[in-house]
Design a protein around this ligand. Structure first.
Ligand code: CAA
Length: 283
């Protein structure tokens, strides 16, 4: 199973990062979004990252242009008609993802793999929207995609070994490290990361320490690059809450109950870096 032509759905932070690393690895990429403005923002983000690579001497101007030439704009899912793999990075909503996968199943070639970058939704349920569940798989990249080495590859109930192998090989070509996991709520990454972040928010809520102190303990004491509250702001507090709810519903265990303070911040619209305010303020 040879992969050369890729479609990435969603030109946001994750989608544009995925498109960038695919184009840098030599794949032809169609970057799809519903709106031209979203595509333009995604390409601007990619161009900024590539220019930084040129400034740092890691890439020539010529190589930068070649990478950008490998990325085509797409505003219609039907453009998936000639791709070998689709990597979906749209919003975390099962209804939306199911609709996208149903359409992709109708328009993508028979051999095409349909992958989702979902951070917590069940791959098996997404696969059930298609007539090719054996070719549906999770490819969970980490933020910021150009920097982070991991891709968590999630096998759905029906995913074949051949499809898993093709996605693992592609991940290596992207200069990332694949790690195989099964389809359980939160997979491995968010099953471990989110309860830690949630506990940090409980710690703040209970007045055990200030936000700065909590982050400092984890940065200096555990060598984490960011403290949990700063990381929550970086991921988005709405996303953190959503993933905690997926864990809580999926396991039915009260240890995954989201912190009331997290709910309150999300209700206030304090969603973190993207809205200018979360646990910290950003300008
Ligand atoms: N896009 C591209 N490159 C970026 C970037 C971005 N958004 N942010 C930082 N970088 C690059 C910088 O350009 C810099 O590159 P150079 O070395 O070439 O200069 C490099 O990363 C280091 O950046 P900085 O020196 O500015 O800052 P830093 O040393 O603090 O690193 C960081 C920034 C890599 C984000 C680091 O703080 C970090 O690793 N944080 C934790 C990230 C993390 O945990 N990610 C996972 C989130 S969870 C997730 O994604 C899954 C989910 O489902 C929720």
């Amino acid at each position: 199973m040879s992969i050369q032509n890729v479609m990435v759905i969603g030109a946001g932070q994750m989608g544009s990062g995925i498109a960038q690393v695919c184009a840098q690895a030599g794949f032809n990429v169609k970057l799809n979004d519903m709106k031209q403005e979203a595509y333009d923002r995604g390409i601007a983000n990619i161009t900024k990252n590539l220019s930084r690579n040129v400034e740092k001497g890691r890439m020539t101007e010529d190589e930068k242009s070649q990478v950008l030439e490998r990325i085509q704009s797409s505003l219609d899912l039907k453009d998936a008609h000639d791709v070998d793999i689709v990597i979906e990075a749209a919003v975390e909503n099962m209804e939306i993802k199911s609709t996208i996968f149903k359409t992709l199943d109708e328009v993508a070639p028979k051999h095409a793999i349909l992958a989702s970058n979902t951070s917590s939704l069940p791959i098996t349920e997404i696969a059930a929207a298609t007539t090719r569940p054996e070719q549906v798989i999770g490819m969970h990249f980490m933020n910021p995609v150009p920097v982070m080495k991991l891709v968590e590859i999630i096998r759905g109930l029906a995913t074949t070994d051949e499809v898993y192998q093709a996605v693992e090989d592609m991940t290596v070509k992207l200069s990332k490290t694949p790690v195989e996991v099964n389809d359980f709520p939160g997979f491995v990454s968010n099953r471990i990361l989110m309860p830690m972040i949630n506990e940090a928010i409980f710690t703040l809520q209970e007045g055990v320490a200030t936000k700065e102190a909590i982050d400092e303990v984890m940065k200096l004491g555990m060598n984490h690059p960011m403290g949990p509250l700063q990381l929550a702001d970086f991921i988005g507090l709405d996303t953190c809450l959503y993933i905690m709810e997926v864990l809580h519903d999926g396991f039915g265990d009260s240890k995954y109950r989201p912190s009331p303070l997290l709910r309150q911040y999300v209700k206030a619209g304090w969603l973190g870096k993207k809205t200018g305010r979360g646990f910290y303020e950003y300008n």
